[in-house]
Design a protein around this ligand. Structure first.
Ligand SMILES: NC(=O)c1ccc[n+]([C@@H]2O[C@H](COP(=O)([O-])OP(=O)(O)OC[C@H]3O[C@@H](n4cnc5c(N)ncnc54)[C@H](OP(=O)(O)O)[C@@H]3O)[C@@H](O)[C@H]2O)c1
Length: 330
């Protein structure tokens, strides 16, 4: 099959934010190296990390100019040296830098086949949001049936996955979201939905848990919400899994942990999880595949936009205007 040499893609030209992300029409189509596959992108997933990268706040993130995006689904059109398992023509979803484009290179070993009967677009989230939700809830949070969990940003892409999984695990789910998104979170099965934009969040959680606090908090809101997450966790045994900082940095001191928040504080980063604990990541992905087969995880329904709308979609994500997963179609 003959491939073009240039393609449409979104290029980030500064670290001032998505406003400096521009459509280019002459980006070079990348070539797959050893162990890599080239896919023709049919849908690229938008993630909060794309916003962080555009602002230069993502640790060791790319330096501009760079092709933006890192999650894509599509058909394998070429294979690099040594790739045996993933044939040309296979439909996969995976991660690879420069995914907001017509073509992107993915690591073959980490490219997941699109589940049978699903479109490529519907598979977005399976390699980013769902493993993050499952690993933070179960492997790091240790959530079991009957426990209570507070999920911040519950109407978001990762948050919706977490609410679905926590409900499936038999936990009592307390969730936060902007008021306009509460119905979405309730429909996923959350027991209590609280306002993420104001009010006494920790006080509300303590009231709903008879003063005890929750067993596990999934904390991705950052900023002022971070202190509320610490105060909402059960003393002595409560675990706060920190995996995002959408609202900015927040700090906790050793004094806080000794005298105010006697909780377990756990950090999570999916990239590090994959590299440092591949056996655990493998377990997570096997469990997710089983949940897909069992119909617990159903085809995603991302809100999709043309590739050219990427800068606006990222700005919406940053300003809390999105609900659930968003996708860009090249
Ligand atoms: N550590 C990892 O490996 C990893 C992997 C995946 C995702 N994450 C993190 O998980 C979080 C969710 O990611 P996502 O891509 O699924 O995004 P998302 O949840 O779809 O969107 C972010 C949501 O965060 C909430 N939020 C709360 N305070 C905010 C603030 N000050 N500014 C902006 N948003 C705020 C908003 O929901 P409300 O308006 O409803 O409050 C917003 O819609 C992000 O923090 C992301 O960095 C981390």
């Amino acid at each position: 099959m003959s491939l073009p040499t240039t393609m449409r893609a979104l290029q980030q030209t500064s670290l001032r934010g998505p406003q400096d992300m521009h459509l280019v029409t002459d980006a070079a189509v990348p070539k797959p190296g050893p162990g890599e596959v080239l896919i023709r992108v049919s849908a690229a997933g938008v993630n909060f990390a794309d916003v962080s990268k555009a602002h230069g706040t993502f640790a060791d993130g790319p330096r501009p100019p760079y092709l933006a995006g890192f999650e894509a689904a599509g058909e394998v059109v070429a294979r690099g040296e040594g790739v045996t398992g993933t044939d040309v023509g296979t439909h996969v979803v995976g991660v690879g830098d420069g995914a907001f484009a017509e073509y992107v290179v993915l690591a073959a070993a980490a490219a997941m086949p699109v589940p049978a009967g699903w479109t490529e677009q519907q598979a977005l989230g399976l390699v980013v949001n769902w493993p993050t939700a499952l690993a933070t809830l179960r492997h790091l949070g240790g959530v079991t049936a009957g426990q209570s969990v507070l999920i911040q940003a519950a109407a978001g892409a990762t948050g919706q996955a977490a609410v679905t999984l926590a409900t499936h695990l038999g936990a009592t789910v307390l969730a936060t979201a902007s008021p306009s998104k509460h119905d979405v979170v309730r429909a996923l099965g959350a027991d209590h939905v609280l306002d993420s934009r104001g009010g006494d969040l920790a006080g509300e959680v303590l009231r709903l848990t008879d003063g005890a606090g929750v067993d596990v908090v999934l904390e991705s809101a950052g900023g002022a919400a971070f202190a509320a997450s610490l105060a909402a966790a059960k003393r002595v045994t409560g675990r706060v899994v920190v995996y995002g900082l959408a609202g900015g940095d927040a700090s906790v001191t050793n004094h806080d942990l000794v005298y105010r928040h006697q909780v377990h504080l756990v950090g999570f980063n999916l990239g590090t999880f994959i590299q440092a604990a591949p056996h655990l990541f493998g377990e997570v992905m096997r469990e997710l595949c089983a949940l897909v087969a069992a119909g617990v995880i159903t085809p995603g329904r991302p809100t999709s936009y043309d590739l050219a709308d990427g800068p606006k979609v990222l700005a919406d994500l940053e300003s809390r205007a999105t609900v659930g997963k968003t996708a860009l179609l090249p």
